[in-house]
Each structure stands twice: as structure tokens, then as C-alpha cells.
Design a binder for this molecule. Structure first.
Ligand SMILES: [Zn+2]
Length: 254
């Protein structure tokens, strides 16, 4: 008579935190907002047997009981979940004309363009290092083209984000500019770094992005943890496709 049953696993802490933050540490039903809080599965655990962000919501014990009893149906609960998504500061509708949305879009666009440029510099560097057929003119042209697109994205971000943002975005741009110049000028240091030098160099880049993130968040009046550092972080999270916000907005560099 021993039946093996899958024991209900604990909700992983990062996921729980994400759910609490999503609901602002209050019952997710807007007219309630009570505490303390419980985590509920919208489609019951017994059926899905997994913890997934898009199927979970934070409720007070009272609302949780009413949900379990069927006073609040599942369709309504998904609607409450949807409302949380719409109030998420990371969510920017493509057609949202507000300056806030414009700044977030410009920030994501900047990141995408810088990243495309970074790849092209890296490709150029590899082509030079491996090159047996002379200087890779095609790579240089591509790199220069992406540099001017990145420049435009930098200017646009600075324009919308104010002086601090403009300075920080310039700093990110300049870091990549320096790298590109060193590669094109065939500086040995661009091709032959020690491990320690490499780490320091990469750290400088990372910190320039951190400084920019802080400036953008300040312009938006957000805590730096409230806005995704990179949109790609969001991609890796357990979110339904509809929650991806600005992701589909910008062309990705092939
Ligand atoms: Zn409640």
C-alpha cells in the first residue's frame, strides 16, 4: 500500500523574492493589499507539480482561502497577475509615449547597439589575430558602421536621460571606442593581455555599465534593483512570453 508521491518542493528563494517584489510585498489583489503573505499557485500545484513564476502569485491568507474555495476564480486570478505585470516598472509597452518609457527604450536600445558593436570588435580582433589573407577590411567596415549606430544610440540616451546619464553613456561608449582603436591600430596590448590585465579591463567595462545603470535609474526615480540591469537577465528568468516587455522592440544584431 505504499504509493510514491512527489513531495511538494519548497519555493526557491529567488523565485519567492521575485513574486513578493512583483506584488510589492502586499496581497496581489489591488483592493486588498493585506499582509501577511502566502504564495499561491494559480493552476494548482497538484496539477502542475512545478513552481513557475507565471503561475504563481502572492496573496494574504484570507484571499488565498477565498481563491481555494472558488470565491475568486482562476481566470480572475490570472487577471490580477496580469495587472501586476502592467504595473511592473520594467514593463514598457512599445507604444507608451511617456518620457519614462522613452528613456527605458533608449536605454535598452543603447545596450543592444553597444553589444552588437562589441561583437563586431571582437570579431575584428579575431580576424586580425588569425588573419592570413591580409587586413580584414570587411570587418573594419562593419565595426565602423556599428560604431556610428552605437554613437547615435549614445547621444539619444544622453538626450533623454540628462547630464549624468549622458556622461555615463559616453563613458561606456569611450571604453569600446578605445578597444576598437587599439585593435585597428594593431596595438599589442589589445591582443596579448595577461589574465590579470584582462580581468581588470573587463571589470572597467562592467563598472561603466553599472555607473550608467545607476544614472538611468536615478533619472527614472527607481532603485537600481528595480530595473533590470540587462534585458537579457529577464530573458533567462522563468517568465511567460508576454511579460518580456521591450524585448521585441529593437532589432538584434545578427
Ligand atoms: Zn488579500
Amino acid at each position: 500500500m505504499t504509493t510514491k508521491r512527489t513531495k511538494r518542493s519548497a519555493v526557491p528563494r529567488p523565485l519567492a523574492r521575485q513574486l513578493f517584489v512583483e506584488a510589492g510585498h502586499r496581497c496581489a489583489i489591488p483592493t486588498c493589499r493585506a499582509t501577511p503573505l502566502e504564495i499561491a499557485h494559480i493552476v494548482p500545484w497538484a496539477r502542475v507539480r512545478r513552481h513557475e513564476f507565471h503561475n504563481m502569485i502572492v496573496l494574504c491568507p484570507n484571499c488565498h482561502t477565498r481563491f481555494d474555495r472558488g470565491d475568486i476564480d482562476r481566470q480572475a486570478m490570472f487577471r490580477y497577475k496580469e495587472l501586476l505585470r502592467l504595473s511592473d516598472p520594467n514593463h514598457v509597452a512599445p507604444d507608451d509615449p511617456s518620457p519614462r518609457a522613452g528613456l527605458i527604450r533608449a536605454y535598452r536600445h543603447f545596450q543592444t547597439q553597444i553589444d552588437g558593436w562589441r561583437k563586431s570588435i571582437s570579431d575584428l580582433s579575431a580576424a586580425i589575430a588569425l588573419g592570413s589573407t591580409g587586413f580584414p577590411v570587411g570587418n573594419v567596415k562593419r565595426c565602423a558602421g556599428l560604431a556610428s549606430i552605437a554613437r547615435a544610440a549614445t547621444d539619444k540616451l544622453g538626450e533623454l536621460g540628462g547630464e549624468g546619464t549622458a556622461e555615463a553613456a559616453d563613458h561606456v561608449f569611450d571604453w569600446h571606442r578605445q578597444w576598437a582603436d587599439d585593435v585597428v591600430d594593431l596595438k599589442l596590448s589589445a591582443f596579448n593581455r595577461s589574465r590579470a590585465e584582462y580581468e581588470l579591463w573587463a571589470e572597467e567595462r562592467f563598472m561603466s555599465f553599472v555607473a550608467l545603470h545607476e544614472e538611468v535609474c536615478e533619472s527614472l526615480d527607481l532603485d537600481p534593483t528595480e530595473l533590470d540591469f540587462f534585458e537579457s537577465e529577464r530573458r533567462e528568468r522563468d517568465l511567460p512570453e508576454v511579460s518580456l516587455g521591450t524585448l521585441g522592440l529593437w532589432p538584434t544584431d545578427a
